[in-house]
Design a protein. Structure first.
Length: 171
């Protein structure tokens, strides 16, 4: 009996140590991460094993996703349940792949895209120095996951992409 316990302890310790080698991305869940529609987004993310050539990484927060190089910084972070944005004239509103996005490029080379007209809102934080944001937002699995949140509104007059935003989006 003692021998079985010792073997079980060694196996458990080995599993814990191996699991500790994996680089989990620490994220804070969004305010509305427990929204049932965020659960649908999370389920859809299971099909997004690779985004813009970056592998999916484990996260430690509900309704989140991350893609990047193992052990390095994440190139793409997704959070579902962020504050639903109000109409704005300060941020550019664009429609890509059937999703309206508010584009915040104030932290270039990082780009923050927040869905507009969907509740809960989904936000992508993209390192455009590491990946093409166009490759991210056109990823079929991500589009499918995000569109599982029904659109309840849309940009009234989506902007034509200005030259700087086109460059950031990889266009």
């Amino acid at each position: 009996m003692l021998r079985r316990f010792a073997v079980a302890a060694v196996v458990l310790l080995g599993t814990t140590l191996l699991g500790g080698c994996a680089s989990t991305v620490h994220l804070e869940p969004a305010e509305d991460a427990n929204n049932p529609l965020c659960a649908q987004v999370s389920v859809g993310l299971q099909n997004a094993g690779s985004v813009a050539g970056k592998d999916r990484r484990w996260t430690d927060a509900q309704a989140t996703g991350a893609w990047g190089d193992s052990g390095g910084a994440s190139a793409v972070i997704l959070r579902c349940g962020v504050t639903v944005p109000a109409p704005t004239s300060e941020l550019q509103c664009v429609t890509l792949e059937g999703i309206d996005w508010l584009v915040d490029a104030t932290e270039t080379p990082f780009l923050r895209l927040t869905t507009y007209g969907r509740d809960p809102a989904v936000q992508l934080y993209i390192d455009t120095g590491a990946v093409s944001s166009n490759d991210v937002i056109s990823n079929r699995a991500l589009v499918g996951a995000i569109t599982s949140v029904p659109a309840t509104g849309k940009c009234t007059a989506p902007d034509a992409l200005d030259e700087d935003t086109q460059k950031l989006l990889g266009g």
